[in-house]
Ligand binder design. Structure first.
Ligand code: PLP
Length: 492
């Protein structure tokens, strides 16, 4: 099926002189503007705004939103980043005025319900990850990584272990891992993957030593493969005096089935905006809670949400070893409400089923595609699988980027591409738990059809997309020089 899209005019192209949507009431402040404002602050001419009716504006933005591919219109199979469908009831919960309108400066006595929710969410996340204590403060995954590493650094310093400044990061890791370590003032040492796509134990042993602060690991890793040596890895790192950091941004591959805490990890961060029911991709708000084992609890950011013996929730600032605040107020509270609602709705059995279906769906895709695409690690995976174009496709000069663009013509969002870096031409597919068999099949059928085109008529793939309002964009320029103003756009 090909979903056609139309050209949408710009707002200034729709503008008709004199057309109005709203009129302001007569000003009831006595006197003139000049009586109140200095002359340089007064407007000399009318603002050059497009002139439109309410209907024009509503239709324009509704049509624009229709042009946008989103999880509400189809599968969004971004590996690593879990673009799952999030139940709308959780948005309702977060928008309840008692939550949404609560001012962060109210006294704790007037915020007992919100604090109770945060306290319980901390407990649930600790239970899910096998940790002893959790902070909800960090605002994103990378922010959680920074917080967790700052906690690890503070721990080593508190023991007089000042030389422990090296963080070991596998070459399959998400790019934020080395970046966060660098921001936390630590030195990044890359660890190689072996032929299984897992941490190379010999490479790890060679890198471990008295300078090791931590090993950062994603498990299952970004190839969707479970680090089966994790118990041995944890032993080696701990014996060398280092700590283990778990990148739990995407918990779909383990949630409810196994826990980082039981694998030997000391610190974990979660992305509530991936696994726990906050949509993401538009730049926030997100939430990257950090869980720690008992020995790291004193270093958590202040304040910590706590429960007094008399049953009152309060904000505990009395924590002398804390790394301090990492964010204003207490984190993105609305995101916490959604995660709380999600966890309560699913319960332990439901969370486990999320994981089981996420894994089943990824393996279904792998099983359907493995005759048509290449898989560097061609075996059962967890929640995501990483495909590559075949040699014949590449011989016809059809690359991963072309496949991703052609998928749009078929009405599907592309998977994550060119990541993880250790797989050349990677198509990293994560279907998530909520897709139906029909949607999974449609997506696989599209990829198989594109393979056929690549062999028989490669130009049609190389020229894709054909059916979108704009064709191939300069994505680097789009990210670095976004044009956010309608007038500038109109002058292009
Ligand atoms: C998304 C992701 C991150 C970073 O999370 P942000 O909220 O984007 O900062 C880190 N690690 C992994 C594995 C991820 O998928």
């Amino acid at each position: 099926m090909i979903r056609l899209r139309d050209y949408e005019p710009l707002l200034n192209e729709l503008s008709v002189p004199g057309r109005r949507g709203y009129y302001l009431p007569e000003c009831d402040v006595p006197g003139k503007a000049e009586d109140y404002l200095p002359s340089e602050a007064l407007r000399k001419e009318d603002a050059p705004l497009p002139e439109l009716s309410e209907v024009d504006v509503v239709r324009h933005f509704s049509r624009l939103s229709d042009l946008n591919y989103c999880i509400e219109t189809g599968i969004y199979p971004l590996g690593s980043c879990t673009m799952k469908y999030n139940p709308k009831i959780n948005e309702y919960a977060a928008s309840l005025p008692e939550f949404a309108n609560l001012h962060p400066m109210v006294p704790v006595s007037a915020a007992q319900g919100a604090l109770e929710l945060m306290y319980k969410l901390q407990k649930y996340l600790a239970e899910i990850t096998g940790m002893d204590a959790v902070t909800l403060q960090p605002a994103a995954g990378a922010h959680g990584e920074y917080t967790g590493l700052a906690i690890i650094a503070a721990y080593h310093r508190s023991r007089g272990d000042h030389d422990r400044v090296e963080v070991l990061v596998p070459d399959s890791a998400h790019g934020t891992n080395p970046a966060s370590a660098a921001v936390a003032g630590l030195k990044v040492i890359e660890i190689p993957s072996d032929s299984r796509g897992l941490v190379d134990l010999e490479g790890l042993k060679a890198a471990l030593g008295p300078r090791t602060a931590a090993l950062m690991l994603t498990n299952p890793n970004t190839l969707g493969l479970f680090e089966s040596d994790i118990v041995e890895i944890a032993r080696l790192v701990h014996e060398a005096g280092g700590l283990l950091y778990y990148d739990g941004a995407n918990l779909n591959g383990t949630m409810g089935v196994c826990r980082p805490g039981d694998m030997g990890f000391d610190v974990v961060h979660l992305n509530l905006h991936k696994t726990f029911s906050t949509p993401h991709g538009g730049g926030g708000p997100g939430s990257g809670p950090v869980g720690v084992k008992k020995h790291l609890e004193p270093f958590l950011p202040v304040p910590v949400v706590a429960l007094s013996e008399s049953g009152e929730y309060y904000l505990d600032y009395d924590r002398p070893q804390s790394i301090g605040r990492v964010r204003t107020f207490y984190g993105n509270f609305g995101v916490c409400v959604k995660a709380y609602a999600y966890i309560r709705r699913l319960g332990p059995e439901g969370l486990k089923r999320v994981c089981e279906y996420a894994v089943l769906h990824a393996n279904y895709i792998w099983a359907r595609l493995r005759e048509h695409y290449r898989f560097r690690y061609d075996r059962i995976c967890k929640h995501e699988c990483v495909a590559m174009p075949t040699k014949e496709m590449m011989d016809n000069d059809v690359h991963t980027k072309d496949i991703a663009k052609r998928l749009m013509d078929y009405g599907y969002h592309a998977p994550t591409i060119y990541f993880p870096l250790i797989v050349p031409e990677a198509l990293m597919i994560e279907p998530t738990e909520t897709e139906t068999l029909q949607e999974l099949d449609g997506f696989c059928d599209a990829l198989i059809a594109i393979k056929k085109e690549a062999l028989e008529n490669p130009q049609v793939v190389k020229d894709a997309p054909h059916n979108t309002p704009v064709r191939r964009l300069d994505d680097v320029a789009a990210a670095k020089n976004p044009i956010l103003n309608w007038r500038k756009l109109g002058n292009l």
